[in-house]
Write a protein that binds this ligand. Sequence first.
Ligand code: NGF
Length: 294
Amino acid sequence: NEDLKGLISALLVPFNEDGTVNEKGLRQIIRHNIEKMKIDGLYVGGSSGENFMLEKETKKQIFDIAKDEAKDEVILIAQVGGTNLYEAIELGQYATELGYDAISAVTPFYYKFSFEEVKNYYFDLVEKVDNRLIVYSIPALTGVEIGVSQFKELFENEKIIGVKFTAADFFLLERLRKACPDHLIFSGFDEMLLPAVINNVDGAIGSTYNVNGLRSRKIFELAQAGKIQEALAVQNETNDLIEAILDNGLYPTIKQLLKLQGCNEGAFLSRKPMASATQEQINRSKEIYDAYLK
Ligand code: NGF
């Protein structure tokens, strides 16, 4: 699974006023990620893609566009999970037929599923989809915590090859890395990339790599070379940017920054009920761009 390692952008998706996908804008964002941010891959259909507000056909459309635009230039991972197992299976099969390198699935949320239920969801999914799967663990949004022994139970299925670890629990990350040296662990929080790399993650998947990919790669490479203080200096700069983005509204601000970096075709709205950037947020995005990305 070495081929999946690297710095992977969680793809942002621009929407039109009526909630449809702005295809031209999306294609620009994909090209921008590959050519300017030099990322190794795209994570399609994640939180940053506003995926959990979309209908199945729109999710498929986004998988189509991403594959058609990126071809085989970078790693492509399709996030297919949610609360509907049968939809996840259909999307997983769809993305696999398109040629996605792996699928990923969020832990099922909303109902308080037992670990047995979560495990069955993953096992049922990989039984029906001929692809590798990366568990998407994001307890802050799903409320689902998975411990080391439970990860080991999931990893007993050889098609479940790793986890996108989006948590600030570095004790758990350290324990998991030690317990599962042969499984892939991707760091999920961009603002904690350095401590994650120190804990020997295999890669990182995040939203801010869409606009801050070059700096983030420096953090990765410096840390892997043992140059921790130099890496920390770049993480400090990065976190000034991320803090400003979070204060101004995460996805609407990243979309505005993408526009300022040249992805400017059509509308860059959010999918309702998520609010799009107000004029004030647009103005502040310009200041953020001037201060940290110019
Ligand atoms: O956006 C979130 C929500 N997390 C992302 C990432 O872990 C998940 C992270 O990059 C993701 O992007 C996806 O599934 O599409 C943050 O946006 C970033 O670290 C700023 O906090 O937690």
